[in-house]
Design a protein around this ligand. Structure first.
Ligand SMILES: Cc1cc2nc3c(=O)[nH]c(=O)nc-3n(C[C@H](O)[C@H](O)[C@H](O)COP(=O)(O)O)c2cc1C
Length: 237
């Protein structure tokens, strides 16, 4: 007899199986079909992600779902700023440096992307061109802009990180693709001005989302993960 959590709709093996399937299936989608996601599907994602845990249950995420003409206006504004070489206008301090194993992982995933696209190692102009695709939202019909409350500091951003994960998993379960994008946070001032956000809001990241273009080669590779043994220390005695 399978163990079942009291009150649960599904047996344990189905519950963990579904979660593992979603986590294993999800990847960062960098090419989307243009067709829009129905509003009730977007609302289903939002309702699901709203259950995210947060420090003191502050729930500090606020979200703009930008679609249609509004998305096009935003895309043009942020693309223009990024393509002029402007940026580094982060609300949260970005990584200072990737060292050791973190640099290795960064390089591995970067080369996977560039190799898949046929971009030669060291071709900085091609790297920059591909990076600019962040500001076309990789062709996604929607982008969620996640912002938080300044006095909460870094923990407000951590709570938003949990929200972003849950948003992506809910979207995956509903047949959509997503990509989290810190790239848009390089332009936090522009975002605050563009959307008339109050001065105390801080931009964490975006999530471009929609239906993945499964035929596009950029969506054909999967990143690796370190093992649990490389990550976790059990402390018993
Ligand atoms: C907070 C966060 C910000 C990210 N920002 C970007 C980004 O700006 N542009 C991008 O192409 N990918 C971005 N990514 C995607 C990561 O590169 C990706 O999650 C990682 O390489 C693992 O690959 P996977 O998502 O396909 O499993 C971001 C991921 C996270 C979690």
């Amino acid at each position: 007899m399978d163990a079942k959590t009291p009150g649960a709709r599904y047996p344990t093996e189905d519950r963990i199986g579904a979660l593992e399937e979603l986590l294993n299936e999800r990847y960062s989608v960098r090419a989307f079909q243009p067709r829009e996601v129905p509003r009730d599907t977007i609302e289903h994602i939002l309702t699901t992600a709203q259950r995210t845990a947060s420090w003191c249950n502050s729930q500090p995420w606020e979200v703009l779902i930008v679609s249609g003409e509004a998305k096009e206006r935003f895309r043009k504004a942020i693309y223009a700023e990024a393509s002029r070489g402007l940026g580094d206008d982060y609300d949260f301090t970005p990584p200072r440096e990737y060292v050791g194993v973190y640099l290795d992982r960064r390089r591995e995933s970067g080369f996977q992307l560039y190799n898949t696209l046929g971009i030669a190692r060291g071709d900085k102009a091609a790297y920059a061109k591909q990076a600019l695709e962040n500001y076309n939202f990789f062709g996604a019909p929607h982008i969620a802009v996640i912002h938080t409350n300044e006095p909460l500091g870094i923990y407000g951003a951590i709570d938003c990180g949990g929200y972003v994960s849950n948003f992506m998993l809910a979207a995956q379960a509903l047949g959509l693709g997503t990509i989290p994008q810190a790239a848009i946070a390089r332009h936090s001032g522009l975002i605050r001005r563009h959307f008339n956000l109050p001065d105390d809001r801080r931009v964490v990241c975006g999530i471009s989302f929609g239906y993945a273009d499964h035929a596009h080669k950029v969506n054909s590779y999967r990143t690796s993960r370190a093992t649990v043994a490389n990550t976790v220390t059990f402390v018993d005695v």
